[in-house]
Design a protein. Structure first.
Lengths: 117, 247
């Protein structure tokens, strides 16, 4: 079909990111942002945490979480700018900023996870 | 003297004023009255020049949608007592051009409605003599809630996306497309998908959800649009991964 939109791909990343972020980020924030620093739970020591993050499966999960969450943000923020501020005429700039930002963040996450000692 | 309530009605008479103005009317406060009864009282007893649409006065025809105290409502199902002691402001539905007083121009909606083919589409189209299409109660339940839509356009008046971008096909048309897609007798899903998978179709929706909030018939257009997005996404991946398959 002519004039096929690429919205389905962007929306799939958006909805995937929404699900991944909703399921994984609250528990990670609770553990690493509150429970461990405030001493509610006994934190794992450095070697164990490093060992966990070095496992290829953990790296893959963290990569997918960063990748999908960033694209979720990009899509949401694009429409916030687009409709909320009513600056539709700046569409190319908005797309570049949002999806470009998500790509940059994804590459940075991939680099960090890949170069982990 | 019996109690009264003030109704502030938006008037717009293009032959005598350039901008809509508000006109106040005192009507008897009767706790059994709905806003439409008050408007009919004004029309019959106070000011015969007031223009508004109505027909069935029982929530079936979808003609009497207006903005009541800032919210889009069916005026035949909105009681005066809910707004006591008033005043109550009655304005035309938002997001539509106004023809006169409370009457809006609905051509845009009618064209959009038609574009999604809200009727049963058949490839074979057998003659009635060949028998009826059978359907189980379970199959009926699949689409029944979307079939409750009465085309009152209240969801369009509530939709901020339609307000900003009149190209957007809009909630009721998409919900009605889904009503026929989910009907076991229908074969027109792909034809509707071609219209709705455009940017101005389902992808314009940002899932604000106001359409579902305001629907007087408890239809869930926002849900229909999300279901449609999922179907369109599966369709997109399928045509991408298996371009040879018939879409």
């Amino acid at each position: 079909m002519a004039n096929r939109s690429n919205e389905p791909l962007l929306w799939a990343l958006f909805s995937g990111g929404g699900v991944a972020a909703a399921f994984l980020i609250p528990v990670l924030l609770f553990l690493y942002g509150l429970a461990f620093p405030l001493g509610w739970l006994q934190p794992p020591d450095y070697e164990r945490t490093l060992g966990l993050v070095q496992h290829p499966l953990t790296r893959l999960v963290l990569f997918m979480l960063c990748f999908l969450s960033l694209f979720h943000w990009a899509h949401r923020f694009r429409f916030t700018l687009y409709d909320g501020l009513q600056i539709k005429h700046l569409n190319p700039v908005i797309n570049l900023f949002c999806y470009g930002g998500a790509v940059t963040g994804t590459v940075a996450a991939a680099y960090l996870l890949w170069t982990l000692p | 003297m019996a109690e009264t309530i003030t109704i502030e009605v938006a008037r717009y008479r293009p032959e005598q004023e350039g901008e809509p103005t508000l006109q106040s009317y005192e009507v008897p406060f009767n706790k059994d009255w709905v806003v439409l009864d008050a408007l009919n009282y004004i029309k019959d007893h106070v000011d015969g020049s007031l223009s508004f649409r109505w027909s069935c006065r029982m929530g079936v025809c979808g003609s009497c949608g207006m903005t009541v105290d800032g919210e889009p409502k069916l005026t035949c199902a909105t009681f005066l007592s809910h707004y006591h002691p008033g005043p109550i402001r009655v304005e035309p539905l938002r997001n539509f051009p106004v023809v006169r007083d409370l009457v809006i121009e609905m051509t845009d909606f009618m064209e959009k409605l038609q574009s999604v083919k809200p009727w049963i589409v058949r490839e074979d189209d057998p003659a009635p003599a060949e028998g009826e299409f059978l359907q189980t109660p379970e199959q009926l339940d699949q689409y029944k809630q979307f079939s409750m839509c009465i085309n009152c356009m209240i969801c369009y008046a509530a939709c901020p996306v339609y307000g900003l971008d009149p190209q957007f096909v809009g909630p009721a048309a998409i919900a009605l497309a889904q009503r026929y897609n989910l009907d076991s007798r229908d074969q027109g899903e792909q034809e509707r998908m071609d219209v709705l998978s455009q940017h101005e179709g389902i992808w314009g929706c940002t899932f604000v959800g106001e359409c579902t909030e305001v629907c007087p018939k408890n239809v869930d257009p926002a849900g229909a649009i999300q279901q449609y997005k999922l179907a369109a996404t599966q369709d997109w991946f399928k045509s991408f991964l298996m371009p040879w398959s018939k879409r």
